[in-house]
Design a protein around this ligand. Structure first.
Ligand code: DGL
Length: 271
């Protein structure tokens, strides 16, 4: 059977272990307002960041195959640092025809902005332990000191919208990284290296003060997606979003309303 050619109307697939990738979807919708999106929150198999690579790779493969077969996506955004680190090279090998955009901790923009040259990086254990992250740090050797903090449990607390636990964990992990501020020897720039963490931004600003720069990569990823899309959707009407989850639909619906002002259907996905 011949495969239907991609057209501008086909959706862009986006996935994460849960609601974190909504921070990327928010930037994608601003950059590409006419595109249709299908978002998978794999909450039933989260967290990715504290599991083996083999689990994350298997989930990335299953979700990509599903999005291609059922939604005929024209591009895929891996809105998850952990999944990108573990699986993007494998997905690109397996789907050479599909543009695949990944997310990695925004170390280069942080180096460009930091004055003290001490940069904090909050991310999952999986991301920080990956070969991809190690070679990113090596490529910037001598340009800054990176204080890397694995944040077990933080994505999960944000996923479950548990504000008390989120605040406590942010405090615990930022204290463990040392002094923040704009004086020499202090960390003046903090990279949010997990797509869940931008949803804790307000808590982090309260704890660290307004002078510390917080950097995430929603906007660069959205711009990169625009660059690699084979065809852009156009027209008067705004694109549609379909949200799918392997976990609790109500959680995803509430997060999309709260963080994106997005009122849309959330369907359960049986994997
Ligand atoms: N949001 C994901 C990331 O960017 C990970 C969260 C998890 O551990 O599942 O790495």
């Amino acid at each position: 059977m011949a495969t239907e050619p991609y057209s501008s109307k086909h959706p862009i697939g986006v996935f994460d272990s849960g609601i974190g990738g909504l921070s990327i979807l928010r930037a994608l919708r601003l950059e590409l307002p006419h595109e249709n999106f299908v978002y998978v929150a794999d909450s039933g198999h989260a967290p990715y960041g504290e599991r083996d690579d083999s689990h994350v790779i298997a989930r990335a493969r299953t979700i990509t195959a599903y999005l291609q077969a059922k939604h005929h996506i024209k591009a895929l955004v891996m809105a998850c640092n952990t999944a990108t680190a573990a699986a993007i090279h494998l997905l690109r090998q397996a789907h050479p025809e599909l543009p695949i955009i990944g997310v990695e901790p925004a170390l280069k923009p942080a180096v460009a902005q930091s004055q003290t040259r001490r940069i904090g990086v909050m991310a999952t254990r999986g991301t920080l332990g990956s070969v991809k992250f190690r070679s990113l740090v090596e490529s910037l050797a001598g340009q800054a000191d990176f204080i890397c903090q694995p944040c077990d449990g933080l994505a999960d607390a944000i996923e479950h919208q548990d504000a008390i636990k989120t605040i406590a964990l942010c405090q615990h992990y930022t204290r463990a990284m040392g002094a923040f501020g704009t004086q020499s020897g202090q960390i003046d720039t903090l990279v949010l290296g997990c797509t869940h963490y931008p949803f804790a931004r307000d808590h982090l600003i309260q704890q660290l003060g307004p002078d510390v720069r917080l950097i995430d990569n929603g906007e660069p990823v959205a711009r990169q997606t625009r660059r690699v899309l084979p065809q852009l959707a156009s027209g008067e009407t705004l694109g549609q979003c379909l949200l799918l989850t392997t976990g609790e639909a109500a959680f995803v619906k509430q997060a999309a309303q709260h963080w994106l002002g997005l009122e849309c259907r959330v369907d359960s996905l049986i994997d």
